[in-house]
Design a protein around this ligand. Sequence first.
Ligand code: SF4
Length: 485
Amino acid sequence: MQIIINRHNFRYEMENIARMFFHSSTLEIKFDIYEPIGDYVLTEIRNNEIIIKVSVFGKTEQKTAQIISQNENDTEWQMAEMLYDCLCALSGKEQKWGLLTGVRPTRLVHRMIDDGKTIAEIRDKFINGYKVSEEKFRLLWQTAMAERPIISASKPQDFSLYLSIPFCPSRCNYCSFVSGSVEKMGNLIPEYVECLAKEIEDAAEVSKKAGLRLKTVYFGGGTPTTLSAEQLKFLMDKIESCFDLSCINEYTVEAGRPDTVTEEKLRTIKEMGADRISINPQTFNDDVLNAIGRRHTTEQTLKAYETARKIGFKTINMDLIAGLTSDSYESFCSSLDTAINLNPENITLHTLTVKRAANLAEDSQNTFLTGETPAEKMVGTSFEKFFSGGYSPYYMYRQKGTLSNLENVGYCKAGHEGYYNIYIMDEVQSIIALGAGAVTKLKAPHSEQISRIFNYKYPLEYLRGFENIINRKREVLKFFEKYPF
Ligand code: SF4
């Protein structure tokens, strides 16, 4: 499929709109083609007119309109809307999120509320302006309302600490995270733990000097419970001795892969102060687990959950994924029912995202989406199931490459909102991130200014370039000198 850009600068937005309808890793961007052949999306500005022509599978749709504003952004939006309408007409399908392509749609809601817009005005903008479906607006509004008190309670000097453990027992086929299997990189773990402990000491010193106050701690990955109980204790001890934990409102350790969970590790995690863990089934269907290369069983998930419940964590999260390879609607619903019946405080429903880094990218096909997709059906059903199970949405985000342009949503029981998830997704406060692949995000206290500090991506690079990483963290001090509280 060719996306043709003739005489304008709106390539990025045109590509985004086209990608909503064509799930393909092979969209070709071409410039200045005036007599295209084959399947194409042509976008052009000529003599103060916008011309859109789409030709797919022998069907053609065309729209032409005068440019109505001299403002470039308005013209880009007009062109995007025309392209969207053409693609809807050809496919017979409206996108659930309409023209919205951004990662954080709730931020738009917060901005409008802060600007004094009424709920009626916000609703009108989303439904009639962005063409978002009623179903998604309802989800968006409820999520924004759950986030709002948590966002406004965050103070300028508050920050979160993220620790990356980029190791897993094996690599799942759909994974696009930076994570090495124990088989390939297990020998690096002891040195990695030592370096991470040093980075914890350094981050504590830097954050103290900057006048920051720790609010949440989050061990993510990879799979943190790939580490032994002793290694987890060593790192968590280090955090306790270096930071003041008296003001924190959440401490999470992801125990994502049930095949890494032991009672000893969970007890250690709990004793060291974590109150929230994540045990991630993704699906309760063993055949699907097998198809996605996730080497654990449903039995292991249930056992890990039972152990975590026995030990008494305040909040347990479970991740599920809609749209997994070889999963059916019925099997997905059964997984969802199983998760809801287990009654964890949080369930996060992801929709499968196929990125180039993941093995599944090779399976992605050049398809023109028409009618309701299986992933849309799964996610649509989940909304009602969560509500009747006593869950409500508390954070959400979208990603490029997600099936049917759907979203990822964290649902919770009342009072169990995951603070860290809201902080990071809504860019509420600074996140100091440690370890391989970690990205520190500094948020200026009284503006939306964000600055990032990147750690090396892979464990070996991290170990070899450790001194540089420590030096880069000096930027934290400079940032807060420039943007004082
Ligand atoms: S457990 Fe998670 S991080 Fe690890 S390989 Fe699987 S999807 Fe990736």
